[in-house]
Design a protein around this ligand. Structure first.
Ligand SMILES: Cc1cc2nc3c(=O)[nH]c(=O)nc-3n(C[C@H](O)[C@H](O)[C@H](O)COP(=O)(O)OP(=O)(O)OC[C@H]3O[C@@H](n4cnc5c(N)ncnc54)[C@H](O)[C@@H]3O)c2cc1C
Length: 404
């Protein structure tokens, strides 16, 4: 028992999505050297968006040392948000108002693009449109959130401030204020990535697993990847989509790997009706967030810690779940949460809340996408758009935002 009574065996350490159906992706064993236009290192959701996009125009090989999706993708709670970890008002102080505005608007468009790809490719991943409820907390109080809602509205984003009375009346939540925003979504991240990889395969891409990339050597004509399969991969371009396992030798200024925890209730969890259509998160450190899944589970996460390894501590997982359950009770006292799954994972973080997407310094024809935060999957979409444009020799007007 953790936090509250459970009738079933608690699947400690196992992510909810590891048991999803429809995760099958055919892979090949690297038994000879290969040569392609683009090699993508990593078969998580970032590699999947990248492969899906680039396989429309190029021959693509995706390489992973694990089976596909088994990095942080399968651990993700998949709140598909355009809101960045850092509020617009705070981001403006760090990178200037014009760039902050562009970053927020680009994220907003990326969530729309994600929805469009899922619809066009008919990927069954339980995608559901949601609004978000961002609650005042110890990092940003009600005044800051009122200013945040106004700043977002001024650049055309659909965000509205709710005072404590309106928040209580509409959601039954006791906080000093909140921002309600439309345009986000949620889904099953593993089925999303599996669906994208299958579409990439249908376009001719091949997925090689297990293959560990040990070294990348670039020259004026392309890049050679040395692998533990004893066969090299030659590519005109290479994209590292290796998640929180930063490629060796690539500088990562301002990027950190931290640990985070999550748990899911049994299906058909009794919850307030509004929660089915909302993503909830709070402006606190450590913070709590939650959303419901298609089969009526309540998924709760947070309690981030500045350690790249704490997520693998089993005893800590139990303690973190107790804390998450207590925080949930404080926020929604009438929800009797019955834990079915509990897990933890590594997570990227940057000082601006923006990831690093761009060429690897000193290495021709090579890109890296790194440092995804709380809205990492939105950044997987943006990374695929920017890198694919550059591989095709086109530019992306927002590329500079993700190069600091
Ligand atoms: C608990 C948790 C909750 C989260 N919640 C959210 C959320 O609500 N919303 C959101 O948007 N994001 C969330 N995230 C973040 C999001 O999940 C990540 O941004 C996303 O999964 C990153 O995907 P990726 O494909 O870049 O990395 P990964 O899924 O980690 O994939 C990288 C792959 O690269 C492979 N690899 C690495 N190095 C090599 C090598 N040298 N050779 C071969 N293969 C290699 C790995 O095996 C791995 O499979 C959460 C993350 C966690 C852990």
């Amino acid at each position: 028992m953790i936090g509250s009574t459970t009738k079933r065996d608690l699947r400690t350490g196992r992510s909810l999505w590891a048991d999803s159906s429809g995760l099958g992706v055919s892979v090949d064993r690297l038994a000879a050297p290969i040569s392609v236009d683009v090699a993508i290192v990593g078969a998580g959701v970032s590699g999947a968006f990248m492969a899906h996009e680039l396989s429309k125009t190029h021959s693509v090989a995706v390489l992973d040392r694990r089976p596909p999706l088994m990095g942080s993708t399968v651990a993700s709670t998949a709140l598909l948000q355009w809101e960045i970890d850092l509020p617009l008002t705070e981001l403006a102080k760090k990178i200037g108002p014009q760039k902050a505005k562009r970053a927020y608007l680009r994220s907003r468009r990326a969530v729309d693009a994600l929805k469009q790809v899922v619809a066009e490719e008919r990927i069954a991943c339980g995608l559901k449109d949601k609004s978000s409820l961002y609650l005042a907390g110890d990092q940003h109080g009600h005044r800051a959130l009122e200013a945040e809602a106004a700043a977002r509205a001024e650049i055309g984003l659909d965000s509205r401030y709710l005072g404590p009375g309106a928040l209580r009346e509409r959601f039954g939540v006791e906080r000093t204020g909140a921002v309600v925003s439309s345009g986000s979504a949620s889904g099953d991240p593993a089925r999303l990535a599996a669906g994208l990889l299958r579409r990439a395969r249908a376009n001719g891409a091949r997925i090689w697993s297990p293959v560990e990339v040990l070294q990348a050597v670039s020259d004026p004509d392309g890049v050679t990847l040395l692998t533990d399969a004893d066969h090299a991969v030659r590519a005109k371009s290479v994209v590292f989509c290796s998640g929180y396992e930063f490629p060796r030798g690539v500088p990562t200024p301002g990027l950190d790997v931290i640990s985070t925890w999550a748990m899911a209730s049994t299906p058909r969890q009794r919850c307030p009706a509004w929660l089915r259509n909302m993503l909830v998160w709070e402006a606190s450190d450590p913070y709590l967030y939650m959303r419901m899944s298609g089969d009526g589970r309540l998924i709760v996460g947070g309690e981030d810690e500045a350690s790249p390894v704490a997520h693998s501590d089993k005893a800590k997982l139990k303690r973190k779940c107790r804390t998450l359950a207590a925080e949930l009770r404080r926020l929604l006292p009438h929800v009797a949460f019955e834990i079915d799954y509990a897990w933890a994972g590594a997570f990227g973080q940057s000082t601006t809340g923006l990831p690093r997407i761009g060429p690897v310094p000193g290495m021709e024809h090579t890109w890296a996408v790194m440092g995804f935060g709380g809205n990492g999957i939105t950044y997987s979409v943006i990374a695929a758009q920017i890198v694919a444009a550059e591989v095709r020799g086109e530019g992306d007007a927002d590329a500079d935002l993700y190069r600091t």
